[in-house]
Design a protein around this ligand. Sequence first.
Ligand code: HEC
Ligand code: HEC
Ligand code: HEC
Ligand code: HEC
Ligand code: HEC
Ligand code: HEC
Ligand code: HEC
Ligand code: HEC
Ligand code: HEC
Length: 366
Amino acid sequence: MRPARPLAALFALLLLGAAAARAQEVPAAGQEDLRCLGCHGKPGFKKVLSSGQVLDLFVDPTFLRLSSHKERRCVECHADVNEVPHKERPQRVNCRRCHYEGNTAGAPQGERYLDFENSVHGKALKAGNTKAPVCQDCHGDHNILPGDNGRSNVAHAHVPQVCGACHLQVYAQYRESVHGKALARGVKDVPVCTDCHGEHTIARPEETSSSVNAGNVSNTCARCHSKVAIMEKYGVKAEQVATYQESFHGIANEFGVLKAANCSSCHTAHEILPEDDPRSTVAAANIPGTCGRCHPGANANFAKGRIHLNPKDRSAGVVYWVSLGFKVLTIGTLAGLFVHILMDLYRQMKGRRRAEGGAGPAGETP
Ligand code: HEC
Ligand code: HEC
Ligand code: HEC
Ligand code: HEC
Ligand code: HEC
Ligand code: HEC
Ligand code: HEC
Ligand code: HEC
Ligand code: HEC
């Protein structure tokens, strides 16, 4: 039911370390909260449900006091707990009690999370899918912090784990990919789930508005792969986007032929690997299979040669020479034309002078 819980525990541990270091700075819980903490503040406070499941009811107020919600009282979020002791098991917290447009609580409002309702997750929730995430499944509960805080659940490096709690298979693939491996090494320039999918705007790939729709994938990859400043740090060429856009597939895609290959048709979305990794879909031995998905019967011959062809690069082979040939031909033709024009001008001027020479003396006689 609440898949983010084990994860929350993990982040709670992280927070605990930080909390110990800053213990003196943590403000004490408000008077009002002490009513709740009389029970929930006791380490080991729990309840065994009739199903045998153990409900951990201990709350360490330190986390809350170190979070963005340090000024919030327990009952501002747990608004249905209006008597102590309380009888009913409280409902899940509704973050939108405060986080809505024009709220007076001072909850920051970016259009970002207001989009959530229209995301695939928001729609799934509305349709009654209890497995779809609510705000706290991604953000945590008593430990909520903005994303630019490294300890936040939604900090860049933590995002794959947060999404992966539900999207297990994709997470497993991503971790093995060139991007996932680099992230694990601490590289910050690689994409996590939200760099490609968005945060509160996540949509199914079939929707044209989606950043991972076939018509938009190349722009999504281009945000990094067309930038020399990013790519040269990792020894990756930044020309792949341009060479794709100039390719048959790129042009067809630009004109709305979405069945033409985009970056992830050949590289996959979550299992992207460098060409020298034998598991890669773009490793030489696997290319016929990769093209064969759309070009039935594609053999090694069909797929021979480089895919990303830069005509300015000698390694492009025939394309380089043809391109060079065209360049020579064009320059040659233009030069010929120029010489022709010059000669023509010279001839005309000569002719005019000769004509003027003949008419001159005659004209001068009054
Ligand atoms: C007398 C002890 C006691 C006090 C005081 C108390 N609670 Fe509880 N609380 C419990 C028990 C026992 C449960 C287990 C719920 C159940 O199944 O009835 C619980 C459950 C909860 C839950 C739900 C936990 C879950 O996972 O479903 C929340 C939230 C909660 N309490 C919040 C509060 C707040 C906020 C206050 C202060 C206004 C408060 N409690 C005061 C004993 C207490
Ligand atoms: C910013 C909102 C917020 C505030 C403030 C807050 N809680 Fe919670 N609390 C949550 C959320 C979110 C959960 C996770 C369950 C859910 O989705 O409702 C939770 C879970 C709990 C639980 C269930 C056990 C657990 O740790 O998961 C208890 C008990 C609880 N809160 C008590 C308290 C008490 C006591 C306070 C005040 C010291 C407090 N809460 C303040 C949002 C809040
Ligand atoms: C009682 C009102 C209230 C509730 C309920 C509430 N929030 Fe907040 N939230 C705030 C306020 C106020 C701030 C601004 C805190 C500050 O900047 O001092 C905030 C800050 C935040 C931030 C940090 C934003 C930033 O840019 O600094 C996030 C993320 C957040 N809330 C998410 C949540 C989530 C998720 C829930 C539900 C579990 C929730 N909030 C429930 C009032 C609330
Ligand atoms: C699918 C996961 C997910 C869900 C569900 C989700 N968020 Fe977010 N949220 C994120 C991520 C990721 C960020 C970006 C953090 C960053 O990089 O700044 C974010 C950012 C935010 C911020 C801006 C804080 C900041 O980091 O500057 C607020 C406020 C916020 N979310 C509130 C909400 C609320 C309210 C809901 C429920 C209506 C919600 N979120 C649902 C993942 C989620
Ligand atoms: C609490 C579980 C949960 C979390 C956390 C979660 N998702 Fe989802 N996600 C779902 C469910 C459920 C669906 C809807 C599946 C359906 O209706 O087919 C879904 C749908 C999607 C889809 C559309 C899938 C499709 O087949 O079209 C994408 C993309 C997606 N999620 C990405 C993410 C990303 C990225 C994150 C993290 C920022 C994330 N999800 C976090 C449960 C979750
Ligand atoms: C490099 C960009 C990129 C990253 C990073 C990425 N995705 Fe995707 N994702 C895509 C693309 C592109 C598609 C559409 C693939 C298609 O149409 O076949 C997709 C499709 C999906 C789908 C729906 C189809 C499916 O395969 O189930 C889900 C769910 C999903 N991604 C979740 C995630 C999660 C979770 C993460 C992080 C662990 C993640 N993605 C990271 C680009 C990315
Ligand atoms: C947020 C930036 C970012 C986005 C978006 C992104 N990448 Fe990358 N990508 C990188 C970085 C950085 C590396 C280098 C990682 C390393 O070598 O450690 C990389 C590596 C690669 C490599 C391996 C290159 C090599 O020679 O090792 C391929 C292939 C690749 N990305 C394809 C894609 C595709 C396809 C997409 C879109 C579906 C995409 N990337 C989206 C940043 C990005
Ligand atoms: C038709 C299939 C196809 C498409 C579409 C495609 N690629 Fe490639 N890509 C390849 C192949 C095959 C290689 C291996 C080298 C070669 O043949 O050029 C490669 C190599 C790369 C490399 C270097 C990786 C390495 O290890 O050398 C990057 C980075 C890359 N592509 C990114 C992209 C991006 C970004 C897009 C979309 C803008 C894209 N590719 C579109 C097939 C494709
Ligand atoms: C996602 C499907 C898809 C993949 C994968 C794919 N292609 Fe294509 N390709 C197309 C489509 C569709 C067209 C035709 C576009 C049109 O005619 O409008 C095309 C056209 C071509 C053309 C030019 C027209 C022709 O038929 O001669 C070549 C060459 C080509 N592809 C080579 C490749 C190679 C090599 C690979 C593998 C590295 C590959 N393609 C992978 C879909 C794909």
